[in-house]
Design a protein around this ligand. Sequence first.
Ligand SMILES: [Zn+2]
Length: 373
Amino acid sequence: MKRHHITAIIVGCAAIAMSIISGGEFLAHRKPEIIVTGPGVTSVRKLSEWYPGLAGTHGDTDVYVFQGKEPGGSMLVLGGTHPNEPSGLLSAVLLIENVRAARGTLYVIPRANNSGFTHNDPQEGAPASFSINTPDGRERTFRYGSRATNPLDQWPDPDVYIHASTGQHLSGNETRNLNRGYPGRTNGTFTEKVCYGITELIRNENINLTIDLHEASPEYPVINAIVSHERAMPLASGVVLGLEMQDILIGLEPSPKNLRGLTHRELGDATETFAVLMETANPAQGRLRGRTDEALVLEGKDPYYVKAQQLGRLYVPFDENGHPLEERVGRHLAGITEFAFALSMDYPEYEVELEGIPDYYELQERGIGSYLK
Ligand SMILES: [Zn+2]
């Protein structure tokens, strides 16, 4: 055998070995993390039960149902609309593993854009996953996904994304943003079909209140805030006061009428639900961040954001303590607690009573891990 043949074989074998390793890592993105079905979950359903067109696709996400013993109203919590905003997913997971409904029904979708969890954003340097230790010394790992649907599920992007029911023009890649596709349609894109499934669930189950959980970068103006459809404003104002009484400061913004496709606008317009969205501060998705790793996702500490705060460039306080995931999840859970309370007070026929939601201050003391099964 000639020398260049041997070289070719060696290089060929090395290329195959690298493909196997990187291929394995690539495929591992599609494996969802474990979520333990807690004692309050009465059934785990699929979104395709409300829109069969999603069956067999990455859009057929899990829906956890908590049916209370006593009849009442109903709430839907959406986590993972944007899979690069981990406080939404983790808040949903803590609900699923810890909460019981005493009255009314709670629906929780932890991965609203399930497809977005199967990849992550190129050139962001974000970790593919992050791990949280539980008190018994074990580790739970969660995916850090992309803001948008995986191109394997929807491709190619148009130059201009035209929102179906209003004709609004947005940049082409927004066609894969779940929070621009509502109320969705059956003859549209993959993302629009997922939107349609969620809208159908809300219509068919008469969901009284829908809460969409998000995060934003600290330099984004709408942060540590509730964005509310006009019909939900009285409820949301009550929630702001309720949180303030616990020293949790949160802003309140009206849902803009001319920005289309978002949950708080379209679900509020297209269905009877009270539609709100909550934002926490995630430096891992910010443009001013430094080193992007698991620690940044979990601890939310970044010296460049401390500097930016000192220069008056941010919309949230930011010191060397940062914004740990405990604080961000705690804010979402405190908001959900207050929304259930406000709904029950303002509309006694829609009463929802939830037990076992981790407390904001206790969560920061004990850590997220102690609430994971
Ligand atoms: Zn978001």
